[in-house]
Design a binder for this molecule. Structure first.
Ligand code: ADP
Ligand code: MG
Length: 714
């Protein structure tokens, strides 16, 4: 985790140097200098050895002479690196490097960026960029960007990995009455990244909402740790763009195919408590609602409208929302509404004050519904009518909202007339839209964030396991050309307390017969070969094999493997106790290690159709009991596990424990790149891991075996 870098001087410096300040029209150096001179409360020091003054300010020859707290660097790449070193030597500890030509431009640029990183580490510099559009901080009038305008002040702090998006947002925000506290164009994130900013802004009293546009999160684990804490008090809303599935095609396991990089971001950001937006519109709808409105105390929403159709639209949107429900108004409320409204009005939710309502009737209805304890938020909808002025309604809603401190969203459903009145509401922080579904969406954001802010973190259970045995089995890949292991490694499950059916691997028909003789009833036989990933695809699994057929089946399975691939390495045939599938459900539990977020644990409907049905859910390892339980509840097939259609419920506790144990395995052994237990048969009596496949990175295995056991939780 990032050790809480102090960013005070970055966002509130007394003096700012511009390295590369110039008067040349159209240059970055001129634009930044002019932007700073326009609004900055402190001193601006142009750095330019060739000039006495720049835009009227006396210039100094070097950043070292500037004595500034912050230097903004806008000179070509190699001199920029030198300027950063000079700044470091002179104690100018905060830098924003606007210069491009670093990591974004190929290997030479990447080497230059590495130098920059080393210099920053040597002098312990706080450095934004390179390839940044700059930073802005409205409390001190600092516009250290080369964009065209200074944002309006506000309580949203905004970071973006795209510089162009920064200027676009600032420009658009004026029109939307959205103000900012800090704005950072992250650039290449050589030093300062999203995790540092989330940590800093979460502690900043003036920041109510953190907004991000992210293309990558380099250290996903650190980000999750930091953001998880931050989001308990400060909401974080982000767009994560660039949804690539690199690597998924090459995955050797189902879990690998299911849990690609995009899935890891989805899980990681959810675990971090980040509210994800899919578009710029959604991003700022969410930010505006969070900045302007209190959080609802309950999920129930009241709709108060003077028009039937829009009321239905809002009701539908509430039904679709994740964190809202249509409030069930109490008898008292309904009676009070009946007294206040004409007979034709609807006194139930959605409350329809009907078309001839004036502002007094609207206001009464709103106050009566907000008095109801089951109402946590309200949507007010109005079509233009002859009896009502939008201005008057906007003012009334503003007053009532301030009075009740309950979140409200408004739809003034009109054109120009609505726009002017909408400003009254915006100024009071009340979200206002034409579209009822957007108004409802903004309330849903508040409700979802309330749930995040109330999350309690529990510690994952540590089970008593045999790590030494797992180490020994994993070490076998050192002798294998590929890094894959299959059912011959089932003992690692045993070592982690995950039940497996009795089974043995044999290398002759005779040996198969004698193993089968010790097993009650029919057996299952499987070909064991590192060259055969999916055994049943080649007819390599025989179920319901009678004792008399065991020897023949052995030969048949080996022949099939040879037919499939003549030079396949055949390790033998597994003879396994049959598990009763009629009473159970085939599930999958798997591990996939993501480069940014580490091991992801996947659970879902398993068997041979796992990739076809794609009914899975994931969490980052380690997994707490609560998270594991959520996983068993979240898949579409959850009713099957609970015992649909008169079937007995399966043993969910055993499933939950197996997920946690496998997560611990993933956490304990970074060498496990991916792993599938498919199927894990879950039935009323417990679970059985019937099949196993994994990929191991031998280089990630420790040299020394771990201690034999790991004292788990008592
Ligand atoms: P693969 O996934 O490589 O094809 P599995 O061992 O998963 O091989 O077997 C494929 C299918 O055969 C399983 O999904 C399950 O339906 C069935 N099966 C495998 N082993 C058993 C067993 N011991 N008892 C009952 N059915 C089994
Ligand atoms: Mg399988």
């Amino acid at each position: 985790m990032t050790a809480g870098r102090d960013l005070d001087a970055l966002f509130a410096p007394d003096s700012v140097a511009v390295v590369g300040a110039t008067e040349r029209e159209g240059s970055v150096g001129r634009a930044v200098t002019a932007n700073l001179l326009a609004d900055f409360d402190g001193e601006v020091v142009p750095v330019n050895p060739n000039r006495e003054t720049v835009l009227g300010e006396p210039a100094v020859d070097s950043v070292g002479e500037s004595g500034a707290d912050l230097a903004i660097v806008a000179i070509p790449p190699d001199p920029a690196v030198e300027a950063v070193r000079e700044a470091g030597e002179a104690g100018v500890d905060n830098l924003v490097v606007l210069t491009a030509g670093f990591g974004e431009t190929g290997s030479e640029g990447a080497a230059r960026e590495q130098r920059l990183r080393e210099i920053a580490a040597e002098y312990d510099l706080t450095l934004v960029g390179p390839n940044s559009l700059g930073i802005a901080s409205t409390p001190v009038g600092l516009n250290g960007t080369f964009g065209p305008s200074m944002p309006d002040p506000g309580s949203i702090s905004f970071m973006s990995q795209s510089g162009a998006f920064v200027t676009a947002v600032i420009d658009w925000a004026f029109q939307q009455d959205i103000g900012f506290r800090h704005v950072v164009s992250l650039g290449n994130k050589a030093v300062l990244d999203e995790t540092d900013l989330v940590a800093d802004w979460a502690d900043d009293d003036g920041t109510d909402v953190i907004v991000g546009y992210l293309e990558s999160v380099d250290d996903g684990r650190a980000f999750v740790e930091t953001a998880r804490e931050a989001t308990a008090d400060t909401p974080v809303v982000a767009i994560k763009s660039g949804r690539t599935e690199a690597g998924a095609g090459a995955a050797a396991s189902h879990t690998g195919a299911i849990a690609g990089n995009e899935r890891a971001y989805e899980v990681g950001l959810r675990e971090a408590g980040v509210l994800r937006a899919d578009s710029a519109g959604e991003l700022f709808d969410a930010a505006r609602a969070l900045a302007g409105q209190p959080l609802p105390e309950t999920d129930g929403v009241a709709v108060v409208t003077n028009a039937g159709g829009p009321g239905v639209m809002a009701t539908d949107a509430i039904g679709d929302a994740e964190g809202l429900s249509l409030a069930n108004l109490s008898e008292e409320t309904v009676d009070a509404l009946a007294d206040a409204l004409p007979a034709e009005a609807n006194r139930f939710n959605p409350v329809d004050v009907i078309g001839d309502a004036d502002v007094a009737r609207f206001r009464d209805a709103l106050e009566i519904t907000l008095d109801d304890d089951g109402v946590g938020a309200a949507v007010v909808l109005s079509a233009p009518t002859a009896t009502l002025s939008f201005d008057a309604l906007a003012e009334a809603v503003t007053e009532v909202q301030a009075d009740y401190e309950i979140p409200v969203a408004v739809c003034l459903m009109g054109g120009e007339s609505a726009e002017a009145s909408g400003e009254i509401l915006s100024a009071a922080g009340i979200p206002t839209y034409f579209d009822p579904s957007r108004a409802v969406g903004s309330l849903d954001t508040l409700s979802r964030y309330r749930e995040i802010s109330e999350r309690e973190r529990t510690e994952p259970t540590r089970f008593d396991v045999d790590r030494r045995r797992v180490y020994d089995v994993l070490s076998r890949v050192r002798d294998r050309p590929d890094n894959r292991l299959g059912v011959e490694s089932m003992s690692i499950l045993d070592a982690y307390g995950i039940p497996t059916p009795v089974g043995e691997i044999v290398d002759s028909p005779g040996a198969a017969e004698s193993v089968a003789a010790d097993i009650d009833g029919d057996v299952v036989m499987k070909i064991v070969s590192p060259d055969i990933l999916h055994k049943s695809d080649i007819g390599g699994v025989a179920v319901g094999v009678e004792t008399a057929a065991v020897a023949d089946t052995y030969e048949r399975l080996v022949t099939r493997a040879r037919n499939y691939q003549p030079d396949a390495t055949v390790l033998g045939v597994q003879v396994q106790e049959a598990v009763d599938l009629d009473a159970g459900v085939e599930t999958i539990v798997g591990i996939n290690r993501d480069p940014q977020f580490g091991p992801l644990v996947v659970f879902g409907l398993g068997g041979i159709f796992v990739e076809t049905l794609e009914d899975t859910t994931a969490e980052l390892a380690p997994v707490t009991e609560r998270e594991a339980r959520r996983m068993t509840e979240d898949i579409d097939a959850a009713p099957l596990l609970r015992g649909a259609r008169g079937r007995e419920p399966t043993d969910l506790d055993a499933t939950v424990e197996t997920i946690q144990r496998l997560a611990q395995l993933a956490d304990d052994f970074p060498a496990i790149v991916e792993l599938d237990v498919n199927p894990l048969v879950v039935d009323p009596d417990g679970v059985q891991a019937v099949d196993l496949r994994l990929t191991v990175d031998p280089d990630a295995l420790p040299e020394e075996p771990p201690g034999a056991t790991d004292g788990g939780d008592p």
